[in-house]
Design a protein around this ligand. Structure first.
Ligand SMILES: *Cc1c(COP(=O)(O)O)cnc(C)c1O
Length: 429
């Protein structure tokens, strides 16, 4: 009797999902389709593409075959119905909210967030008339208290930047469901290898692919994953982009036509088409290559980080270490439940010597690179108060986990002994 093979595992999907040898040339690796536009077979073919009656390539601002493989790969890794790759993580957030929000609408976000997202939500989004209400990611009920009749979504990071704080996304997901709101999770720091937010109630997932997905610090990219879980047609609120007849597509209602992947389609055909932050085919190619080793890299990132965090916790010049992977950490139980394979590679620690000691440490490291990025094969260091979180007020900095004594590390996949040795010599200096 024929048996159905089990579904492929994560490492297999990381290498194969979405890809096949190139039908035109047999090329085994997905080619970089470095073209702006695509020839139509006929006038009727062109009309069906423009009318969204069939899927195909029109123009690389809207889609590209290299990008399409990347999208299928990430949708498979996150368990979503579809994905949309864009120029950056910030572009992904922009298109998500552009699809959900109208002027005067509000969303609730955890205040433990990447500093750039705090700026985007507080300043850039305000110009569109989209209001953010801040909640405390470590207090799920604070999301519920911030919900008003204007609220259209809840947003948080799974492992929050810069502090490496594990957020109980399952608890926030329950609140979103109770209030009939879509739940958006930025899964950048965890990557789908460590945490799959869809299993914990996320409806939409965003990533900065610039970080662990690409993994090599060589390209900027972002992605939106549609989990296919939110019923736009039955929702309590009217999400106009999804439920109203669309005048730019002959009156088509995207939510009706595209069902459980309508959100991803709406982000592409309205957001990406009209706002324009397309990913370069070359960046899509580099990120695809990076994803092939995601499981191996994340294992090594997590093992190294546990060793470094454990070492720092015993160091005489270190006041505290906040790494959810340490058994002593307050978030260790949440990590074991939501991201059991590891707590990721980004964490913060505090120096007894405060601001001056932070500046001295980043000046003295040799193996570490002092820069504003995370999720590279290389170990990275930053002192947020003097760099990424400089624009924020003191109160905002402390709320975001970026006080004057705080140093953030993104541990690479070098030898742990060399990483620890570099920190020791720099702390001695
Ligand atoms: C870097 C980052 C972003 C922004 O992504 P870009 O690719 O830099 O635009 C958003 N969220 C998190 C958690 C990040 O680390």
């Amino acid at each position: 009797m024929p048996t159905t093979p089990p579904p492929p595992g994560f490492a297999t999907l990381a290498i194969h999902a979405g890809a096949a040898p190139d039908p035109a040339t047999g090329a085994r690796i997905t080619p970089i389709y470095q073209t702006s536009a695509y020839v139509f077979n006929s006038v009727d073919h062109a009309a069906s593409l423009f009318g969204l009656e069939s899927f195909g390539n029109i123009y690389t601002r809207i889609g590209n075959p290299t990008q399409a493989v990347l999208e299928q790969r990430i949708a498979a890794l996150e368990g979503g119905t579809a994905a949309l790759a864009v120029a950056s993580g910030h572009a992904a957030q922009l298109l998500v909210f552009h699809t959900l929000m109208e002027t005067g609408d509000q969303f609730v976000a955890a205040r433990q967030l990447y500093g750039g997202s705090v700026n985007q939500f507080n300043h850039a989004f305000k110009k569109f008339g989209w209001e953010v209400a801040w909640a405390d990611g470590t207090d799920p009920e604070s999301f519920e208290r911030a919900i008003t009749p204007k609220t259209r979504a809840l947003f948080c990071e799974s492992i929050a930047n810069p502090g490496g704080v594990m957020i109980d996304i399952a608890a926030i997901g329950k609140i979103a469901k109770k209030h009939g709101l879509p739940f958006i999770v930025d899964n950048t720091l965890a990557s789908p290898y460590l945490c799959q937010p869809k299993q914990h109630g996320a409806d939409i997932i965003v990533h900065s692919m610039t970080k662990f997905l690409g993994g090599h610090g060589n390209s900027i990219g972002g992605v939106i994953v549609d989990c296919g879980t939110f019923d736009w047609l039955k929702a309590k609120h009217r999400y106009k982009t999804l439920v109203e007849p669309n005048p730019s597509y002959n009156g088509m209602t995207l939510g009706e036509t595209f069902g459980n992947f309508a959100f991803a389609i709406a982000c592409r055909v309205m957001g990406l088409r009209d706002l324009g932050p397309a990913i370069a085919p070359f960046n899509a190619f580099l990120i695809l290559t990076g994803i092939e080793t995601l499981p191996l890299r994340m294992e090594k990132h997590c093992a190294n980080t546990l060793a470094v965090a454990g070492h720092l916790a015993k160091h005489p010049k270190v006041a505290w270490v906040n790494y959810a992977g340490l058994a002593s950490n307050k978030d260790n139980a949440i990590q074991k439940r939501l991201a059991p394979k590891g707590a990721g590679a980004v964490f913060t620690f505090g120096l007894k010597g405060g601001y001056a000691a932070g500046v001295s440490l980043v000046s003295n490291v040799k193996l570490f690179s002092h820069l504003a990025n995370i999720g590279d094969t290389r170990s990275l260091i930053i002192h947020p108060a003097s760099t990424t979180h400089r624009q924020l007020t003191d109160a905002q900095r402390i709320a975001a986990g970026a006080g004057p004594d705080v140093v953030r590390l993104s541990i690479g996949i070098e030898d742990a002994a060399d990483i620890i040795g570099d920190l020791d010599q720099a702390l001695a200096g």
